[in-house]
Each structure stands twice: as C-alpha cells, then as structure tokens.
Design a protein around this ligand. Structure first.
Ligand SMILES: N[C@H](CCC[C@H](N)C(=O)O)C(=O)O
Length: 273
C-alpha cells in the first residue's frame, strides 16, 4: 500500500489515498505510527471523496482513535491533493469535509511548489457541557502544579493552561496523560501548556489526545490563541512558537480562527507489513 509521509511544523502524519481502497484504518494507524516497528508518525490521514466538499479528510491519532480535525494535517492534506491533481482549489481555496465541519484551505506557493497554507479553522466553541461559557482559568491542580484550565473546542477538545514556569522544563510526559485521561473529559482532551513571552508572542508545548507530545498542534494553537485573547494575553494576531515551528493565528474575538503554517512532503513509500 502506497503512502506519503508529510509534516506541518514537525507534526508528522502518514497520508494514504483511500478513495478506492479499504483497510482497518485504526489498526493501520497504530502500526504505521510506531517509530520503531512502523513508518513513525503522529497518526494516519486519509484522502477520501466527499459529497459536500472538494474532498474529505479522515484523521486517526497514533493510538487509532479518530480526531474530529487536524490543523497541521489539513495543510499537508491540501498540498497532497492539489500537487497530485486529485482536486483543484477554486479562487477561494480547497474545501475539505471533516468531522468538525467543512474547512477552507488556501495554499501558499514558492514557485510551483506548495510550501504551506492559510486555513479557516471555524469558530471556537467555548461552552463545555455543564459550565457557563467562557470557561477560563478553571481551578485545577495535578501533581502539585497549579494549572488553571481554559476550555476551547475547535471541533476537538482542548484544555489550555498559562504557566510561569518555562514550558521546556515542565514534566509534560507525566502530567500530560493524567490530564488527557482525567474524568472531567469524557472524550479525553488535548492539553496545552503556554508561556506568555510578550504581547502576541507565546511559547507552548502540547500533549495530544491519542498521540502524546507532538512537536506542534494546529487546532491546539488555535485554542491557545482564543484562550489568550479572552484572557488578555494577546490581541487579534499571535505567533505561537512550538517545538516544531511557529504558527500564526488570527482571531477577532467573534468569527472564524485563521491559521497559517508550513506543509512539507518528506518521502513516499510502500507499506509491506
Ligand atoms: N490529537 C487531536 C487530533 C490531531 C490534532 C493536531 N495534530 C492538529 O494539528 O490539530 C485530537 O484527538 O483531537
């Protein structure tokens, strides 16, 4: 089975054209994501046909669970589809059906090559089930750390915390899974820790639901930007520096969140297992 490895700000996925083939995709994501016995990736992304958009993106985390949306992934998805003439973007961009809704991706070019994209990521959802929105700085502690949480959904759930301690030294690999699996989050949660370096300049790390720490998270960066603006840490535009790269996010406090970032094809291969 042919696959293509791509990454957006270091958040790397295996891409497979599934329009005319079927497989046990959750199991394949688990096996292909393994960084020793498989290809090595944060998960699997399928190109599929859609009745309501140019194409449909189906996304699986490394543990085989399905994510509603993937911000870094959708930029690479658009590059994959356009460069292989699977779909042609209109002047408004490529429309992609996801479980979070239809998203529009506008590719950015360096000559003939697509090197990134600008994505309309939808409006944030601030109302978790049983708490009055917006939920900012919800009192929460874990392993002795004070981690006031802001809840933001971009179609997938995020819990964002702003901390004084440098995120680089935070024990994310011990605290992250405990937040991801906390009973407060019946569908688990993506967990972001953030430093406010300066107005409009944030540094963050992400523990992703179903994949562990990734080098970047597109929906997570959007959730961070929304929580930061609502908390007074930034205005309408913010650069979020993650271990794998920097994503530029814009949100005017009302409409859709806009995300800009890179998209890179690394290699193609044949899955033999
Ligand atoms: N782990 C996420 C899906 C991938 C999101 C992330 N890689 C992105 O770029 O948005 C979830 O289960 O909601």
């Amino acid at each position: 089975m042919q696959f293509t490895k791509m990454e957006g700000a270091g958040n790397d996925y295996v891409y497979i054209d599934a329009r005319s083939q079927q497989a046990d995709w959750p199991e394949l994501s688990r096996r292909m994501s393994d960084r020793h016995f498989g290809v090595g990736s944060d998960g699997l992304i399928l190109i599929a046909d859609s009745d309501v958009a140019d194409l449909r993106m189906v996304m699986f985390n490394a543990d085989g669970s399905q994510g509603e949306m993937c911000g870094n992934g959708i930029r690479c998805f658009a590059k994959y589809a356009i460069e292989r003439d699977i779909a042609a973007p209109s002047d408004d961009g490529l429309t992609v059906e996801t479980l979070a809704g239809i998203r529009t991706v506008v590719p950015t070019y360096d000559g003939p090559r697509i090197t990134g994209a600008r994505v309309a990521m939808g409006a944030p959802i601030l109302a978790p089930a049983r708490l009055p929105p917006p939920v900012l700085a919800y009192p929460f502690t874990m392993d002795g750390f004070d981690l006031p949480l802001s809840f933001v959904s971009m179609g997938n759930p995020h819990a964002v915390t702003f901390i004084e301690q440098a995120v680089a030294g935070f024990p994310l690999h011990t605290v992250g899974p405990k937040v991801e699996h906390h009973p407060m989050f019946p569908r688990r949660v993506n967990f972001e820790i953030v430093n406010v370096d300066a107005p409009g300049k944030l540094t963050a790390r992400v523990w992703e639901r179903g994949s562990g720490e990734t080098l970047a998270c597109g929906t997570g960066a959007c959730a961070i930007a929304v929580a930061a603006r609502l908390s007074g840490h930034c205005g309408d535009e913010v650069d979020i520096t993650l271990p794998g790269g920097t994503l530029r996010i814009q949100w005017d406090g009302m409409g859709e969140v806009m995300m800009e970032g890179p998209a890179t094809e690394v290699f193609t291969g044949e899955w033999a297992a």
